[in-house]
Design a binder for this molecule. Structure first.
Ligand code: IPE
Ligand code: IPE
Ligand code: MG
Length: 243
């Protein structure tokens, strides 16, 4: 345990506070496999996963990150069993109820991306409430991607553009119609669980993000793993197509 604490502090000290990413996006994957390894139902993995969300959000706030986006439910995740979807919705509601006081205390502004109107009413109402109540906070902006799909995001933007009868659009205008219009593009994308794909996450927004894949399953992705990802990011050379 002592070694572990030293490890964490060493890693934290290595992080260059002047070169922090502004926006980190995370595909939190591997809850089901974590549970399976332990002969537990998948939903236990989701419960454990929520505990990691607490830890990562707190760490993000501590290091002074401005935006953290977490992929919590994709437009494709409706294909899962009714019970799994129901458990995920309950966990989400429970998380919001439990975390609201802490968001207020830690100056966290809560937001979402994705078509949240299609979520069950009890979840939707809570989301709206937490967004409103934390809307004036000025620390970390925590964004949950819920019923989010990168293609849905783009199609949605196109439909709004058509409605506004714009006939020729610029990249900036497209950006302004996406769910992320008020949020800078992610500097760093993290995906846990060893899968190396985007799974319909921020398709437009990730065009120049640094990608970080780790085999660690989401329920085991702790503070130390988060620091490792940030350190790796700081060692990358970003070029944006230039020299
Ligand atoms: C990620 O874990 C959580 C959600 C998609 C909601 P998974 O449930 O996808 O876990 P694996 O990929 O089956 O291990
Ligand atoms: C991506 O994980 C979605 C979330 C983490 C919410 P999935 O587990 O749904 O993605 P695939 O099926 O492995 O591509
Ligand atoms: Mg998965």
């Amino acid at each position: 345990l002592k070694n572990d604490i030293m490890d964490k502090e060493n890693l934290l000290n290595k992080i260059d506070k002047r070169k922090l990413p502004v926006h980190i996006a995370i595909i939190m994957d591997g809850n089901g496999r974590w549970a399976k390894k332990r002969h537990l139902p998948r939903t236990f993995g989701h419960k454990k996963g929520v505990e990691r969300v607490d830890e990562i959000v707190e760490t993000a706030g501590d290091i002074g990150l401005k935006y953290l986006t977490l992929y919590a439910f994709s437009t494709e995740n409706w294909q899962r069993s009714k019970t799994e979807v129901a458990v995920l919705m309950k966990l989400l509601h429970h998380y919001l109820v439990k975390e609201l006081p802490r968001m207020q205390k830690n100056n966290i502004r809560f937001n979402t991306i994705g078509d949240i109107k299609k979520l069950p009413d009890f979840v939707y109402d809570k989301l709206v409430e937490v967004k409103e109540l934390t809307g004036n906070n000025s620390g970390l902006t925590l964004i949950l991607a819920l019923n989010y799909g990168g293609r849905d995001d783009i199609v949605n933007a196109i439909n709004s553009i058509i409605k506004n009868k714009l006939n020729k659009v610029t990249e900036t205008e497209v950006s302004n119609y996406l769910y992320t219009s008020a949020i800078p593009d992610p500097d760093l994308l993290i995906r846990t669980s060893g899968e190396q794909r985007i799974s319909n996450f921020l398709l437009w927004q990730l065009s120049y993000s640094e990608l970080y894949f780790t085999p660690v399953l989401w329920p085991e992705f702790d503070k130390t793993e988060f620091y490792k990802a940030i350190l790796e990011f700081q060692n990358r050379e970003r070029r944006f197509g230039g020299l």
